[in-house]
Structures are given as structure tokens and as C-alpha cells.
Design a protein around this ligand. Structure first.
Ligand SMILES: [Zn+2]
Length: 276
């Protein structure tokens, strides 16, 4: 990308990162306080929902810069096409680019567009994050009272997404240092996951035979009450190799839930099914 466009990209990123730091810091701090008191309000949820939106936007700006604008000014289109600048006055061009690209309302604020860019760029990570993205979407649409369980899941998803972006060098690790409470939350969440699923496995309503027998319908018996429910997930793959990727399971009868793909794997449920 032309250096002048990179400069504009950096300017947008700097602003987004500043906003992200505030949402993460406030959101996580209040989350820990409220989870400890077992009393949750909409405030930390709002901050974490915004933090996830900003992280997806930060991915989009770096992975697919041209798609984050509603309209591209002529100078930008020319630079992208490799057409020489008509002038040597780079500062003037930069100012023009910045003013037109950053004009009010020109940055795409459609979270779905940013989410699609994430899915396209991280197909291997998508199955894990998809359950948290669904929760995030629900939290954006429904203004229902959040429960401690919902807030904890949202916080866990937020921290995992942050770690992924740092790993991918899409965010600098210095923008947010995990606190002891953050580390504890991640540890507690994973420990509880193991305990919860061990308990379900002890009840023993789901055995390997059941899982194998129901690959095609993707209906599985609940490990608690035995009633059959569909696996949750999405279709993926190419035209010739279509597949269904399972990301969770919820029983309509007793409410038993395997929330994300890690839960499914721990319970021994196959996550990928060929679609013929
Ligand atoms: Zn059940």
C-alpha cells in the first residue's frame, strides 16, 4: 500500500486503539467487581461489547483497508491502482486523503462487515470465537439484563480475542496488560469448563455410539436428560467440500448447554461434519 495511505491507516488505528484501551480497562475492571459481588449491571457489558466491536474494526482496517470506507476518493483509488501522483506535494495529498477518507460518516460502522473480514482471515480460529460473536450480537440487539454467567462469558471472549490480536501482531501487547483478576478469570473459566463437562460425562447419557450414529442428522441426545437436539453451528467449505462446523449445543428440554467448541471437544463430540 502507498505510504500516504499507510499514514491515514495509522491515524485511524491510533484513534481506535485509544478508544479500545478505555473500553477494555473500564469494562474488565467493573466486570471483576460485579462478578465478585454476583450482581451484574449493563455497564460492563456495554464496555465489553464496544471493545469487541473495536477489535473487529481494528482487524478490518489492517486486513482489508479499502472495505472499511463507504466511499473512496479519487486520489485513494489512484494510489491503490499504482497511478503516479500528479504532484510532488505529498503533504497536500495526505491532507486531502485524510480529509476525504475521514469525512463524517465515511468509515463503515457496520459491525457485520468487520466480522466477515475476521471470519475470512481467521478460518481456523472462527469455530472457537463464533459462540462468543453470537453472544456479542445478542447483547447488541437485546437490551436484556445480563447475568453473571453472560458477563463472565463475554469477558472471557474479550480477553481471548485480545490475545489473538496480539499474537497476530494486529495489536501491540503494551496497549493492555492482563491484570491478576483477568488471569484468574481465564483460569477459573477453563477449570469450571472441565469440572462441568466431567460431571456431565459421569451422567453418561452420551456415548460414542450415539455420537457416531447421528452424524448425518447432527442430532445428539442430551447428556443430562437424553432428549435429542440439533448441534449449533454454521456451514463452511468450498462448493465441492461443504461441511458443517459445530460450535455448541443446547438442550431445549433441560437447558443443558455446551457453550463453545472447546466444550464440545471436551465432551468428545466431533466438531466437523461433511455435507453431501
Ligand atoms: Zn437435556
Amino acid at each position: 500500500m502507498h505510504i500516504l495511505l499507510v499514514k491515514v491507516q495509522q491515524k485511524i488505528l491510533d484513534d481506535k486503539v485509544d478508544e479500545l484501551i478505555i473500553c477494555l480497562t473500564d469494562g474488565m475492571y467493573v466486570s471483576h467487581l460485579q462478578l465478585a459481588a454476583n450482581k451484574v449491571t449493563a455497564l460492563p457489558v456495554k464496555n465489553l461489547v464496544k471493545a469487541i466491536a473495536l477489535m473487529l474494526e481494528i482487524v478490518a482496517i489492517q486486513k482489508d483497508f479499502t472495505s472499511v470506507f463507504k466511499s473512496m476518493p479519487l486520489e485513494a483509488t489512484q494510489l491503490i491502482a499504482g497511478i503516479e501522483l500528479p504532484t510532488d506535494d505529498h503533504f497536500a495529498v495526505y491532507k486531502q486523503l485524510k480529509d476525504s477518507l475521514l469525512a463524517d460518516g465515511n468509515l463503515c460502522d457496520d459491525a457485520e462487515v468487520h466480522l466477515e473480514i475476521f471470519r475470512k482471515n481467521f478460518p481456523v480460529k472462527r469455530p472457537f470465537f463464533e459462540s462468543y460473536f453470537r453472544l456479542w450480537q445478542q447483547m447488541q440487539i437485546n437490551k436484556f439484563d445480563p447475568s453473571p454467567r453472560t458477563l463472565e462469558r463475554l469477558a472471557y471472549g474479550t480477553l481471548n480475542l485480545l490475545e489473538h490480536l496480539v499474537e497476530q501482531k494486529l495489536l501491540h501487547s503494551a496497549i493492555y496488560h492482563l491484570t491478576d483478576e483477568d488471569e484468574n478469570l481465564l483460569l477459573r473459566y477453563n477449570q469450571n469448563r472441565v469440572l462441568r463437562i466431567d460431571e456431565l460425562l459421569m451422567e453418561g447419557n452420551l456415548d460414542a455410539e450415539h455420537v457416531t450414529a447421528n452424524h448425518i442428522s447432527r442430532r445428539l441426545p442430551c447428556m443430562k436428560c437424553g432428549s435429542y437436539n440439533m448441534l449449533q453451528g454454521y456451514n463452511d467449505g468450498t462448493q465441492n467440500h461443504k461441511q458443517f462446523v459445530a460450535i455448541g449445543y443446547q438442550c431445549n428440554q433441560c437447558g443443558m448447554e455446551l457453550f463453545d467448541q472447546k466444550d464440545l471437544l471436551l465432551a468428545g463430540i466431533k466438531p466437523i461434519y461433511a455435507i453431501s
